[in-house]
Write a new protein. Sequence first.
Length: 397
Amino acid sequence: MSQLARQLKMVDTMPDAEDTWNNLGDSTVMQKYQAAAAFTNEALRLVLSSCKAGAMVSQLCKIGDDHILLQVSKVFVKGNVEKGIAFPTCISVNNIVCNYSPLEADSSVLKVGDIVKVELGAHVDGYAVTAGHTIVLTENPMEPVTGRAADVICAAYMAAEAAVRLVKVGAESSEVSRAVNSIAQSFGVSPVEGTSSHLMKRFLLEADQAIPNSFNPETNDFTFGENEVISLNIVLSTGTGLSAQESSSHPTTLLQRDVNAAQGFKLKSSRAAFNAVTRTFGVFPFSARALVDMDTAFRLGLPELIKSGVLVQRPVFTVEEEIEQGQDIIVAQFKVTVALLPGGQGTIRLSAPLNAPYVHSTRNVDPDFEKLLKQDVKVAKAKAPLTSAGANGMDLS
């Protein structure tokens, strides 16, 4: 969300080092991005394969988070390298747009017919990769999903794939927004207003430069440059021009530290919880569930941390108008991280491509986009399983 991004804007503590930090020509920087990408892709596939009817949403989120934490512990073991979750696992169902990562006590379960959006991310030394994918839980996996669910999922998938191919050094950000809107229109669906893609920097998921899914000619356009990393977050709905709204029925569980907020707490539990947040999550978002899992006493300190502004809430967003021609509104999301390599080496995809969900829409994209979607894109792939011994044939110690 662009408004939330502004609210959570972090101040770089070492601005003079920023060019070095994001130099994708530096082999060590790329090792860290590739490691984060591998963990993100592994976790996403694991959670998607665990999405079954009857599965508890809170447990699915825990599966993704635990996998990332386990894997990052095996690499760059020497030195003081911060590693962990860049974005906690969220399972947003049907008309929920994002940020749904419930507490363990929440009894929400998946059911047949649910449109399930999985979103998560990992980082190594602040170099973050995020990903998201949408699937449908069906009674018969051998039969394709049809109807409006197929329309919005196809549109979001193809828009994300088009966006990956449009992000090039020298291209304008508005080209991505125009493509997303054009493809959405072809399928009779709409971008969810208030959702955006973002440039990312080290330790910063949402930099100033945003690419709104809803095209607006008055939006500040910018040109993509070398050494930039972009989180392409495509979110469409079967509604018409619906805006993402803070949910009144789903409690906020995602939190993020504001490094600019004044510290000083009355409660011992608040100080202990803050120290745990700083040590474990750094400046990245985290789930209150993960914090409480470390020590149930931290629950007592959370209200003071939130009230003081040291922790900023990232609420659950939904599209609240739930009926369209007698059917529930459906939201689909696909999220991909791409990096613009220096020296004319082109675009590399860090979030690995996953197969499109088994859906069949009677609509299709315009011929110009069909041609675009056939273009090849470089994909960052690990040459060997990532362990403390190395990844991609490189020493990650």
